[in-house]
Design a protein around this ligand. Sequence first.
Ligand SMILES: Cc1ncc(COP(=O)(O)O)c(C=O)c1O
Length: 401
Amino acid sequence: MSINNWKISKDVKDLLNVRKAPLGVGGVTSIFTIMSALAQQNNAINLSQGFPDFHIDEQLAHLLGEAAHKGHNQYSPMPGLPALRQAIAGDIKKRYGVDVDADNEITVTPGATYAIYTAFTAILQQGDEVIVLEPAYDSYVPNIEMNGAKAVTIALQAPRFNPDWNKIKDAITSRTRAIIVNTPHNPTGAVWSKKDWDQLAEIIRDTNIIVLSDEVYEQIVFDGMKHYSVLQHPELRQRSFALYSFGKVYNNTGWKVGYTIAPPAYTQAVRRIHQFLVFSVNTPAQYALALNMANDTAPPVHTIMQKKRDHFLSLIKQTPFTIYEPARGSYFQLAGYSNISNLPDTEFAQWLTKEYGVATIPVSVLYKNKKDDRLIRFCFAKKEETLNEAANRLRRLKAIS
Ligand SMILES: Cc1ncc(COP(=O)(O)O)c(C=O)c1O
């Protein structure tokens, strides 16, 4: 039965009409859904959406089944399982050398996208402004707008996609409530140094601006570099939400478990929302993650992804694509295609999927104003054979002489 056949009151009809929140590229369908669907229709290799195509660690998979068998199948405590929050606090201490209060500063969430949304909802009022550095993960701008605030976007500077501090400074107004930072960065692979954080601290020192630090790729940095977390910056930490995703650490994006670390007052504000949105997060997954963290035997994700990045770079060299900067973190690599085509990037990505059977993401969709630098994004978190087959197809492309 269609909704029109139901007897619904005018109030309900009005409600159905009004809540048309901005839903990002292509309305309800994001570019990731579009490109993945196009990949499927064309039997293409999907290097578009950011997810691994290989199995997760056997021990972790086993622990998930065991948690369900042992009866850990009911609601967990609202902030997250104490054992998991303790494990996270221990891990943060080990990796970043900072103390985090598991009871008052960590909240387990159904993924980082939700963590970002709830952090925004906790702090934003109608009319507030949020600075977004672009290209940016596609949930940021819609999440800001859903909360009645305005996204003030500033382009990062190619080819290294460094922040333009003067532009950021100039964008600050009395309405600026927050800035969202993402390091290691999707889609550019750029990684912030401590110096970048110091610059940000200096710029916002005399303001009330809150920092959202999206660090989902914290454990995927290459060539011996280290991720510097906002939690390690004593001044910024007091005014920041740090946002994480287990999906990017254990290659299990479909589990959708992440967490927020924030000072107690911010944490309380997030939990006030969280308790009425989902209340609690998948219990067996939390058990499995907590037990796994206590005795993690798998190779670290940066080792797995470093091999894949290096392999992908060696393959892409045999094609006419241009690599301006190798990814320094995350599992994405940008590539220029102006040697191959003059098409706008959205058309080029669709053409590549249909004609050559490799799906990618056109980078313009990650800018609010659809800035097109003729770049596409490849996800290299794939099996070696997937990357090899993609390269076989891409090698057939010809450079325009
Ligand atoms: C920069 C960035 N933030 C957040 C997320 C979302 O993480 P989750 O799957 O845990 O919601 C992603 C996933 O691709 C991402 O690339």
